[in-house]
Design a protein around this ligand. Structure first.
Ligand SMILES: [Fe+2]
Length: 206
């Protein structure tokens, strides 16, 4: 993972949160690809925090939320997560449980701020209210979850998936723009697209 892994080690050391390290090690052991995805999303979150206007505490909560956003996927079988075929509705329902499972795994961790748990529970909500698990809409979706949602999608588009190749940076940016106002908060998309390509490109080195 090269440079991305080095950045991860730096962030984790600076955060000084042993429980976050423990959960990330657990995720790496269960699904290495989800772990790498989560690290990249958290690195992007760190870059997005400042132009959005987060203070230092908010920034660390956002980054931790992004590290842990998909933790609930640790309990989804690999045959479903990495299937190279169309999933059944029942399998989709299992995948859609991961925000709730992740939140419940972390609920008893006294060191985690409620805004961190909101990222994990709400990162699949959509701005138009058609997401899951709670069908929240607009600014009823917590800000950090709205941010994670954009970064999560960008990283997925920029990564190879079992069912498709990766997009180019231009294609991924165009897709985010297209989905602003429906899937995503268009104000966050606008700020994200204001970051330089050099900052956004974690992919040639991972
Ligand atoms: Fe997710």
């Amino acid at each position: 993972m090269g440079n991305v892994q080095k950045q991860y080690q730096q962030y984790i050391n600076d955060l000084d949160k042993p429980s976050v390290v423990k959960w990330m090690d657990f995720l790496a052991h269960k699904h290495a690809d989800i772990y790498r995805h989560s690290v990249r999303v958290a690195i992007l979150a760190d870059k997005l925090a400042q132009p959005i206007g987060c203070n230092a505490t908010e920034r660390s909560h956002l980054v931790i939320g992004c590290f842990l956003h998909d933790l609930g996927k640790a309990f989804i079988p690999s045959e479903i997560l990495h299937a190279r075929r169309k999933l059944t509705e029942q399998e989709w329902n299992i995948i859609r449980l991961h925000p709730i499972v992740g939140t419940e795994m972390l609920d008893k961790d006294p060191g985690l701020d409620s805004t961190i748990l909101e990222v994990i529970r709400c990162h699949h909500e959509r701005y138009d209210g058609t997401g899951y698990p709670d069908q929240l809409a607009g600014e009823n979706i917590p800000l950090f979850a709205r941010m994670c949602s954009v970064l999560d999608a960008f990283d997925s588009m920029m990564s190879d998936r079992p069912y498709r190749g990766r997009m180019t940076m231009r294609e991924a940016k165009d897709e985010l723009l297209l989905l602003g106002g429906t899937q995503f908060d268009s104000k966050i998309v606008e700020v994200f697209l204001g970051l330089s390509d050099t900052i956004l490109d974690l992919y040639s080195q991972s």
